[in-house]
Design a protein around this ligand. Structure first.
Ligand SMILES: O=S(=O)(Nc1cnn(C2CCNCC2)c1)c1cc(Cl)ccc1F
Length: 79
């Protein structure tokens, strides 16, 4: 899978970060409490724990399930 531009329209199902960590679900506050919830960003398709780019960063990312790493870019290439 790849993302176009900055991946703001990426709607794939990759849920692994660049260093191989599992993504935290967007509707979960564990281990990381955060503000990027599906309710607050209804257009960003923050579904399950899929990589997304709801804040206009350079590529899709996610909060990670590793308590020592809040977020990370995902294991995706630019198209
Ligand atoms: O819940 S958060 O989105 N957490 C957070 C921390 N860093 N990031 C990065 C995610 C990738 N893009 C750059 C910010 C997101 C968040 C955002 C803001 Cl503006 C302030 C506090 C906060 F808790």
């Amino acid at each position: 899978e790849c993302y176009q531009g900055k991946g703001q329209s990426y709607r794939g199902t990759t849920s692994i970060t660049a260093s191989g960590k599992k993504c935290q679900a967007w509707n979960s506050m564990f281990p990381h409490r955060h503000e990027k919830t599906p309710d607050r960003f209804p257009n960003a398709d923050l579904r399950d724990n899929y990589c997304r780019n709801p804040d206009g960063d350079n590529s899709p990312w996610c909060f990670t399930t590793d308590p020592s790493m809040r977020w990370e870019y995902c294991n995706l290439k630019r198209c």
